[in-house]
Write a protein that binds this ligand. Structure first.
Ligand SMILES: Cc1cc2nc3c(=O)[nH]c(=O)nc-3n(C[C@H](O)[C@H](O)[C@H](O)COP(=O)(O)OP(=O)(O)OC[C@H]3O[C@@H](n4cnc5c(N)ncnc54)[C@H](O)[C@@H]3O)c2cc1C
Length: 422
């Protein structure tokens, strides 16, 4: 077979590049096809704030030189309250991070083709055997992986991914200098990652300031552009929402945008559907791997790449079996290691971003009064711990939420009831 590899991966983001790194470690021939030209990579796909945690850095061997700033804590802010908790983290220079993954992958033996836009699967008897890229170029492999993010050309064509437009959260940020990180009216944001819940700024989402060293910071916001989450009759565009925050918040009075430092992109906040089929897996943001509650995508996408590599290894061991049945190992690993309790987290996210801004002040006060153990149990979706964040006054809010989200709740009900009975 011409251009034959063990695995062909479309997309050199964190998910695809990590999958390739793991596969070559196991001795497989891997080709990664990336749409952007290498000279400017990543430009369009330099989309992330890059806030991450030591577990990601350690698990995937990420070096210090792609870190802009090590942070000590996370701050949650509402219009009049804030809550700070100890949580060591790292804000990555996302472009350096992506280039590192490519460099390291190459050293391990991965073949990368840049300027190679994957357009469609090549099918034989209905099963995928390769991909078409750059018009009529072809590459073949026993297993094909779609890691192109929300573009998902292969997954869509194979009916694996069902990313829905109205479940798409969009995000934008800029890097700034001369940010007042220790303004007297706010919590000191030096060496922190701050997330702000405030519908006036980010209707149906949140905004953030991540300290990147000295007086510089990444400042952005994201939300689901869906009227269920926004009381604004006129839906605000994300760029205008950011401009408005920058104009109104005194921490940005003297702040200057750093040239060429805009990052923007999207991810889907929805239940996962099928993740694989014969000879094929969809990883990273091609399926809803990102944590719906706090937007942690890098670690999740890297884990999904690892789960796909483990699955491929299994399919190649003792003869080649890439049947849909065998590929479901990936689905199992995804639900166990990438997005455990996905349904509960999705429901929590929808509820959090549905609550009115006034409710956020009380929510933050409640977080301050709960113990670390209860907080981490609540964040993990434990129903008893979560109950401590609700009050009798929330009943009408919960009723309204249930009425407006009937479709979501009925979709999640089977997995939620098995979760609650655990
Ligand atoms: C504004 C914003 C801020 C974020 N901040 C954080 C954060 O602070 N922390 C965090 O953990 N997560 C964050 N995320 C999420 C995180 O960045 C993503 O979840 C993660 O980058 C997804 O990785 P991926 O490899 O699946 O996809 P991507 O990073 O999108 O990579 C996909 C790759 O595929 C390439 N590609 C696309 N189409 C094709 C094609 N047809 N053929 C070939 N190649 C193709 C792209 O060029 C790209 O290189 C943020 C996301 C956004 C949008």
């Amino acid at each position: 077979m011409p251009n034959g590899y063990d695995v062909v991966i479309a997309g050199a983001g964190p998910a695809g590049a990590q999958c390739a790194r793991d596969l070559t470690e196991r001795g497989y021939e891997v080709l990664v096809l990336e749409t952007e030209p290498e000279k400017t990579f990543p430009a369009q796909s330099n989309k992330s704030t890059g806030g991450t945690f030591p577990s990601m850095m350690g698990s995937f061997g990420i070096p210090d030189d792609v870190v802009m700033n090590y942070t000590d804590s996370v701050v949650l802010e509402s219009p009049s309250e804030s809550f700070q908790f100890l949580q060591p983290g790292a804000v990555l220079e996302f472009a350096d991070f992506k280039r590192y993954l490519v460099r390291d992958g190459r050293e391990r033996g991965v073949t990368f083709h840049f300027d190679a836009r994957v357009s469609e699967p090549i099918l034989e008897d209905g099963d995928i055997t390769g991909v078409r890229y750059d018009g009529n170029e072809e590459a073949y492999a026993d297993i094909i992986v779609d890691a192109t993010g929300p573009a998902a050309p292969l997954a869509k064509s194979l009916g694996v991914s069902d990313l829905e437009r109205d479940k798409q959260a969009v995000g934008i940020e800029w890097e700034f200098e001369d940010v007042d990180l220790n303004h007297p009216d706010y919590t000191d944001l030096t060496d922190t990652m701050m997330l702000r819940l405030d519908h006036d700024l980010a209707p149906g989402g949140y905004s953030w300031i991540f300290h990147t060293g000295a007086d510089t910071a990444k400042v952005g916001l994201c939300f689901i552009q869906n009227e269920k989450y926004s009381s604004n009759a006129d839906r605000i565009l994300i760029d205008d929402a950011l401009t408005r925050w920058l104009e109104d918040d005194p921490r940005f009075t003297n702040a200057d945008r750093i040239d060429n430092s805009q990052h923007r992109g999207s991810a889907h906040i929805q239940p996962p559907g099928r993740l694989s089929t014969d000879g094929f897996m969809a990883i990273g943001d091609t399926v809803p791997s990102i944590d719906p509650l706090w937007g942690q995508g890098i670690d999740k996408c890297m884990r999904s790449g690892r789960a796909a590599a483990v699955t491929a290894d299994r399919c190649f061991t003792g003869g080649i079996d890439t049947s849909a049945d065998e590929m479901t190992i990936y689905d199992t690993l995804w639900h166990r290691n990438v997005a455990p309790k996905a349904s509960m987290r999705l429901l929590m996210a929808h509820l959090l971003y549905y609550a009115p801004t006034e409710r956020y002040n009380r929510f933050i006060r409640d977080l301050r009064r709960l113990s670390d153990d209860t907080l981490s149990a609540a964040n993990g979706g434990n129903p008893l711990a979560l109950a401590k964040l609700f009050h009798p006054g929330d009943i009408s809010l919960l009723r309204k939420f249930a009425a407006e989200h009937r479709d979501l709740i009925s979709q999640l009900l089977p997995s939620l009831s098995s979760l609650l009975s655990e």
